[in-house]
Design a binder for this molecule. Structure first.
Ligand code: UD1
Length: 438
C-alpha cells in the first residue's frame, strides 16, 4: 500500500449489509514469514524467498536485516533475494525491534550464527503477559548465558558457538519452539525440543532451514530433533499460505453471507476452522488448493475453545466471536492460550452485541442484527473481527487503530472490495482533522 506524502492513514469506513461474492487470493503466512526472514541470517549465501506477504511486520524485519548488513533485493511483488553472507553482528536497533513481536527470532538466529545476540524485548499485540522464559530456558540448555536487562535480551555462548541441549517446554509455545530451532541449527551437537508446538509455520520454518542444508527432524510433532550442521548454503523457498488470513475471510463470508472461493490455501491447515463453520451451518467445500464458503441461512450457535494446533487457533478467536454475535442461540468461547484476549468485547457491544466475559470465558448471546458504530482495532486480530462485524452490520462502521490490521493483512481493503464489500480507507491530512475518503 502506498502512503501519500503529508497524509496519515487513519480509518476504515464500512457500509455493512452486503453479501460477499467472488474469489480472494490468500497471501504468504505472516507467522511463517516473520521467522523465515530472520532465519536467512543463518545462511551463508543467497536465499530466494517467494510468497512473502506485503505487510508492515515484514517491512520492519527486512529493515532490521538491512541494518545488520544483509543485501535485500526485490525480485517481484512477493519474492526477495536475501544474502546475509557479509552481515556483521551488532545490537538490533530498539526503534525497529520494539514494534514487532517476532523480533525475538533475531535472538535465536544471531545467537546461532555468531554465538552472541543483543536484541530489545519484543513488541506486538497486547494479549496479556507475553513472557519469554521458555525461549530463555532453551538457550540456557544450549550452554548460552542469557540476561534480560535494560529492556534488552543479551545471549552469549561462552565458546562462541552454542552446543546441543535438551529442553522440555513447560507450555506449548510457538515462539520458543521456533527460536530454539533457529539457535540449534548451527549448534555443536543435537538439540531436542520436547512438548514442541506443531503449527504449520513451525513445519514451514523447518522445511526452509532443511532446504538450506539444516538437519531438523520431527517438525509438526511434539518432539523436534535438530542435529547441528557446520553451515547453511543458499537456495529458493516459497512460504506457505496464511492459515489465519484464510480463516478471517471464511469468517467474513459466514458473517456477511454470500459465496466466496478462498484460493491459494492448504485446506488441511483450515480443518480446525472449517469444522466450526460447519457446526454453525455455514457450507465449506474443500478443493485442491482452495475452499468455497457459502452462507445464506441463519448461523447456528456453537462453543469454541482455542488451543495450540491442531486445535482451534487463538488468532481466529475474535473473528469467530464476530460471527457468533449473529448466531441463533447462546455460544460459549473459551480462550485457552492468552490471558487477555477479550479487549475487543466493548467495541462489539457498541455495535449491539450481547457478550459477557468472565476471565477466559465469553458468553455470546446471538442478536438478530448488529448496527454500525465507530470502533477501535485494539490489536491485529481484534481489528480483523471489527471488519467482519462491520461487513455484517446495518449501517456504517468506522474503524480506527488500523495500523494493527496492516501489520498482518495484505491489501485487505482491495481483497474485500473485489468480493463486493463496501469498504474504504479514510485519510486525514496532517494539518486537518477532517477525514477524506481515499
Ligand atoms: C505466536 C503468534 C501469535 C499467536 C501465538 C499462539 C507469532 C509472531 N505470533 O505468538 O499470533 O497468538 O503464537 O498461537 O507467531 N508463554 C510463556 N513463556 C514463553 C512463551 C510463551 O509463558 O516463554 C505463554 C504465553 O504467554 C502464551 C502461550 O505460552 O500464554 C503461548 O505463547 P506462544 O505460542 O509462545 O505465542 P507467540 O509465539 O508469542
Amino acid at each position: 500500500m502506498d502512503f501519500e506524502e503529508g497524509v496519515t492513514l487513519t480509518k476504515y469506513l464500512i457500509h455493512g449489509g452486503r453479501p460477499l461474492h467472488g474469489s480472494i487470493e490468500i497471501s504468504g503466512a505472516k507467522n511463517a514469514a516473520v521467522a523465515i526472514l530472520p532465519a536467512a541470517l543463518l545462511v551463508n549465501g543467497k536465499c530466494r524467498i517467494e510468497n512473502i506477504p506485503q505487510i508492515s511486520d515484514v517491512t520492519l524485519i527486512l529493515q532490521i536485516l538491512r541494518e545488520l548488513g544483509a543485501e535485500v533485493r526485490t525480485v517481484n511483488r512477493t519474492t526477495m533475494d536475501i544474502d546475509c553472507s557479509s552481515i556483521q553482528n551488532a545490537p538490533v536497533p530498539y526503534e525497529l525491534a520494539r514494534r514487532i513481536r517476532a523480533s525475538y527470532y533475531l535472538v535465536g538466529a544471531l545467537l546461532g550464527r555468531f554465538g552472541w545476540a543483543q536484541v530489545p524485548m519484543p513488541g506486538g499485540c497486547n494479549l496479556g503477559g507475553r513472557p519469554i522464559d521458555q525461549h530463555v530456558k532453551g538457550f540456557l540448555a544450549m550452554g548460552a548465558e542469557v540476561e534480560v536487562r535494560n529492556g534488552l535480551i543479551d545471549a552469549k555462548a561462552p565458546g562462541g558457538r552454542v552446543c546441543g541441549g535438551q529442553v522440555y517446554l513447560d507450555m506449548v509455545s510457538v515462539g520458543a519452539t521456533m527460536n530454539i530451532m533457529l539457535a540449534a541449527v548451527l549448534a555443536d551437537g543435537m538439540t531436542i525440543i520436547e512438548n514442541a508446538a506443531k503449527e504449520p509455520h513451525i513445519v514451514d520454518l523447518a522445511n526452509f532451514l532443511n532446504s538450506m542444508g539444516a538437519n531438523i527432524m520431527g517438525a509438526g510433532t511434539d518432539v523436534i530433533k535438530i542435529r547441528g550442521v557446520e553451515s547453511l548454503k543458499g537456495g529458493s523457498y516459497s512460504i506457505i499460505p496464511d492459515q489465519i488470513e484464510a480463516g478471517t475471510y471464511m469468517a467474513a463470508v459466514a458473517a456477511a453471507g454470500g459465496e466466496v472461493e478462498i484460493k491459494n490455501v492448504i485446506p488441511k491447515h483450515l480443518d480446525c476452522i472449517t469444522a466450526k463453520l460447519l457446526e454453525m451451518g455455514v457450507e465449506v467445500e474443500e478443493r485442491d488448493d482452495s475452499v468455497v464458503v457459502r452462507r445464506d441461512g441463519p448461523i447456528t450457535r456453537t462453543n469454541v475453545k482455542t488451543m495450540p494446533y491442531p486445535g482451534f487457533p487463538t488468532d481466529m478467536q475474535p473473528q469467530i466471536a464476530a460471527c457468533l454475535c449473529l448466531a441463533q442461540g447462546t455460544s460459549v468461547v473459551t480462550e485457552g492460550v492468552w490471558e487477555n484476549r477479550y479487549r475487543y468485547v466493548d467495541e462489539f457491544r457498541r455495535m449491539g452485541a450481547r457478550i459477557q466475559v468472565d476471565g477466559k470465558v465469553a458468553v455470546i448471546e446471538g442478536v438478530e442484527k448488529l448496527t454500525g458504530a465507530p470502533v477501535h482495532a485494539c490489536d491485529l486480530r481484534a481489528g480483523a473481527a471489527m471488519i467482519i462485524a462491520g461487513l455484517a452490520a446495518h449501517g456504517d462502521t468506522e474503524i480506527d487503530g488500523i495500523y494493527h490490521i496492516e501489520r498482518g493483512y495484505e491489501n485487505i481493503v482491495e481483497k474485500l472490495s473485489d468480493v463486493g464489500a463496501d469498504i474504504q480507507i479514510l485519510f486525514v491530512p496532517d494539518d486537518d482533522a477532517q477525514p477524506q475518503v481515499g
